[in-house]
Design a protein around this ligand. Sequence first.
Ligand SMILES: [Fe+2]
Length: 288
Amino acid sequence: MRPVTDNLDFNERTASAIVSGRLRPGNDRLGVAVSGIVSHIHALVSELRPTRKEFREIVAFLTDVGHATEDHRQEWVLLFDVLGVSTLVETMNSARPAGATPNTLRGPFYRADAPTLSLGASISLDARGEPLTVHGRVTDLDGKPVAGAILEVWQPNADGIFENQQPDLQPEFNLRGKFVCDQDGGFIFRTIKPGGYSIPSDGPVGMLLQRLDYPLNRPAHLHFRIGAQGYQTLVTQIFDADDPFLTQDAILGVQRDLVGEFRKSGAGEWELAYSFVMAPARIQEQAS
Ligand SMILES: [Fe+2]
């Protein structure tokens, strides 16, 4: 039967069927998403029954999100991040076998061109902050070493700010580097203890969240990207177990397996021991 597209009987009961009937997305996934959004929005409008003024306020918020988005600021991505949508999509697309280290969002501060350093080197170029040594191993699911794995690390400074957020104040490539793991899958590097940070609070998303008393903080963490032939590339973050915001991450990226213990060593410096478990590449990844 041909779908309903006739608008002569448009009303609250028929609205969704009429508009959905006009959309013929076929295999167009964006079209499928729009069609789904339409029926959900119609259901929400029927439930909320907004006044004209309230509807204008909703449109104004979405307009502000668009206006705040530019080359160096993606307010739409921030909105999806704080609503848990980005992490949900990441979770669906990076399911790992039991025992493998989980993926999390890469975030906006990654740089692929960070320098390769020798094991044991420091990534802190301005030596500001509390010294921290990070070490561990990269293994497969059976605990066997992944020799020669490429481990990339990037992190904010003690104030929670990444090098590429303040190029005039931090040396280029401060607190980021690449390391080649040894024959035992081992790695070690020196850095400083990262600070936690707040997501931007000066845009429409941040202002809305403050109104709604939603947490804006991200617990302190280091970012990692680990790649090796025959394994799924692991993009993840390791969080400070003692951070007060550990369970209130604004973008919901923390998982139990990604919490690391930052311990004070005998010399009074910080130490983080953490080992990563890689999952074998999927068939299509091995083929490509
Ligand atoms: Fe981060």
